[in-house]
Write a protein that binds this ligand. Structure first.
Ligand code: FES
Length: 402
């Protein structure tokens, strides 16, 4: 992140601290009808108008850093294979053998020259084309050039890899344009093409995807819900939010922030005192910290069901036992906190919605990232996303207070 951006955010945070631990605020409260968290019709609209129309973040470039590196995953009901080709380009395919539908790759891996289906050993190049079927005589007359892994639109920008399920309506898309200049600037400075996956966890809950996503959209709760776990690490009622068009940046403040009082401004470093929570529409939160990155992708699986993919990355893999223990502890704390505290609240909220009360969720002005995300969802549903065209950071500190 550019130095002047860091200082601009720090100035706002310090202003909040001096002002008595105030926080960025939206102009108004927001009321979100809770029927939208259980209605099958609304869910179908969200699939059709949001998840099948917008690029979806699938992994970091570091997951597929070199030719032959690949990851597999299920997304939107489609088995996917993402691989970097010999030409350095990242592509996505349906992970579906064109003989009889088995997956041609499992999990993730490095340095593959080709993908060989485990069922009858048909093999495919890294660009998805079929090399040949086995038992050539049995398939005499098959047009080999026609039988590749079906491509899924894919693009890479600033260390992030996206796919799209728009199909024929949008066979190509521009990930840089989707992110916008400010996010591209920030992510390019972080070097995600070199990040390494430490661990990943997939959790399916009987919760609407928005309720799950909302867990990551405000710092307000940290002081209360996480009082016995991670609250001591943060100043949770003091954060900033930048409206970046369809996306947003909520900057969480670490408890070390008051060290700045004793430092001249030219020595201030944002990353020592902040957690940058990037909200990438429609369903990903990427938290950039000084020594690691947490990625949360929330995938809808039904009106009241979703899958949360949690991934922890670091700039390099641990090379000592001590480092391994450190990351194991980090991962355990993170996953335990989220599963036993945040997701427990999400479960309760969904239970309440299913039981018919409250009729609306009430988002406070002190929860600007939450309100912004819901405004973006509504705009995407209405086909009015141009109202949220990529823009330079726009602080939402309309007023600050408690
Ligand atoms: Fe893949 Fe038969 S299903 S080779």
């Amino acid at each position: 992140m550019r130095r002047e951006r860091q200082l601009e955010i720090l100035d706002r945070i310090v202003g909040h601290r001096v002002g008595g631990n105030t926080t960025d605020m939206y102009p108004d409260m927001y009321f979100s009808p809770t029927d939208a968290y259980k209605s099958p019709e609304r869910y179908q609209e969200e699939l059709d108008r949001i998840f099948r129309r917008t690029p979806l973040l699938v992994c970091l470039s570091g997951d597929v850093a070199e030719p032959g590196d690949f990851v597999t995953l299920d997304m939107m009901g489609v088995p996917l294979l993402v691989a970097r080709g010999e030409d350095g380009k990242v592509r996505a395919f349906r992970n579906t053998c064109q003989h009889r539908g088995a997956c041609v790759a499992q999990g993730r891996g490095k340095g593959k020259r080709a993908f060989s289906c485990p069922y009858h050993a048909w093999s495919y190049r890294l660009d998805g084309s079929l090399i040949r079927p086995t038992h050539l005589d049995g398939f005499r007359g098959l047009d080999i050039d026609e039988v590749g892994l079906p491509a899924v639109p894919c693009d890479e920008a600033a260390g992030l890899v996206f796919v799209s399920f728009a199909g024929r309506e949008q066979p190509e898309f521009d990930a840089r344009a989707w992110l916008g200049g400010s996010l591209v600037d920030d992510f390019e400075s972080f070097g995600y093409e070199n990040y390494q996956l430490i661990t990943t966890r997939s959790t399916t809950r009987d919760v609407n995807w928005k309720i799950m996503f909302d867990s990551f959209c405000e710092m307000y709760h940290v002081q209360f819900l996480h009082a016995k776990t991670i609250a001591h690490l943060f100043r949770s009622d003091c954060s900033t939010f930048d409206d970046l068009g369809l996306h947003g940046l909520m900057t969480g403040v670490r408890a070390t922030i008051d060290e700045l009082k004793a430092q001249p401004r030219e020595e201030w470093e944002l990353m020592r005192h902040a957690a940058l929570n990037y909200h990438i529409a429609p369903n990903t939160v990427l938290i950039h910290m000084i020594d690691h990155v947490e990625m949360y992708r929330i995938l809808p699986e039904g009106p009241t069901r979703c899958r949360a993919e949690l991934s922890l990355y670091a700039p390099e893999l641990p090379t000592t036992e001590r480092a391994e223990r450190h990351w194991a502890r980090q991962a355990e704390t993170l996953i335990n906190t989220i599963e036993t505290e945040d997701m427990a609240m999400a479960d309760q909220a969904q239970f309440a919605v299913d039981a018919g009360n409250p009729p609306v969720f009430r988002f406070g002005r002190n929860e600007p990232a939450l309100i912004h995300h819901h405004e973006v969802v509504e705009a995407l549903l209405a086909g009015e996303e141009e109202r949220f065209a990529a823009r330079d950071p726009k602080p939402v500190r309309i007023s600050a207070g408690r």
